[in-house]
Ligand binder design. Structure first.
Ligand code: AP5
Length: 216
């Protein structure tokens, strides 16, 4: 299975990707996570990406296409992968198609998560994640079973993203509607698009996603 998860910031792409990883054993390729790792490691790419990410803008197509192209050649992607947060522009979408074609691969499906802006802002404002394994939580909607202890790895250290503030979130939403939302029509025209109600409760969204995957 080769999947694309498409949707605005805070729509639940990462949350659902983690569940697909657990159930189907294919890796999550999150360009956001890869870029944040590069920023934390202080690489050249990270240094170039940091200011752009902090402003809620998009890192250059050239950089993210190169990162993804290299990543999908890794052995753990042989049986499929989940693209989370990529592609995000029409240039990236065309590059994805060319990349897959060059490797003799096809795209299984693009799942779009539909959530209104007020809910997106609320979710991002309450988001935090495990500093050790990256599991994503929310102040009210998804708290660890034992307070202050990560369900997955037991760590007691958590962090918040620097771009999860109201000003940057406004910029990220504007960028989404201008640069990324055209991909909805792009994939619809190719017969690859399926949409889910991303407002629903997390387990309900997972059930909708699994229903789509079961028909592939
Ligand atoms: P990235 O890391 O990709 O962020 P994003 O797309 O803005 O998406 P998010 O991670 O914010 O949201 P999500 O949909 O994964 O939601 P989540 O599951 O966490 O990108 C960050 C930056 O990197 C970009 O701004 C850009 O600068 C750069 N970048 C990345 N990719 C790029 C690319 N391809 N090209 C150029 N630049 C790129 O959920 C959010 C919260 O809601 C959580 O707290 C969760 O617990 C909660 N939640 C989830 N689902 C539900 C639900 N159903 N009900 C209630 N709460 C829920």
């Amino acid at each position: 299975m080769r999947l694309i998860l498409l949707g605005p910031p805070g729509a639940g792409k990462g949350t659902q990707a983690q569940r697909i990883v657990e159930k189907h054993g294919i890796p999550q390729l999150s360009t956001g996570d890869m870029l944040r790792a590069a920023v934390n490691a202080g690489t050249d790419v990270g240094k170039r990406a940091k200011a752009v990410m902090d402003a809620g803008k998009l890192v250059s197509d050239e950089i993210v296409i190169a990162i993804v192209s290299e990543r999908i050649d890794q052995p753990d992607c042989a049986n499929g992968f989940i693209l989370d947060g990529f592609p995000r522009t029409l240039v990236q979408a065309d590059a994805t198609e060319a990349m897959l074609r060059a490797k003799g691969l096809g795209l299984s499906v693009v799942i779009e998560f539909r959530v209104d802006d007020d809910e997106l802002v609320r979710r991002v404002a309450g988001r935090y994640s495990c500093a050790q394994c990256g599991s994503v939580y929310h102040d009210t909607d998804k708290v660890p079973a034992a307070e202050g202890v990560c369900d997955k790895c037991g760590s007691t250290h958590f962090k918040r993203r620097p771009d999860d503030n109201p000003e940057t979130m406004t910029a990220r939403l504007q960028v989404y509607y201008k640069e990324t939302s055209p991909l909805i029509g792009y994939y619809h025209a190719k017969g690859k698009l399926r949409s889910v109600d991303g407002i629903a409760e997390i387990d309900q969204v997972t059930a909708e996603v699994e229903n789509i995957l079961s028909k592939l």
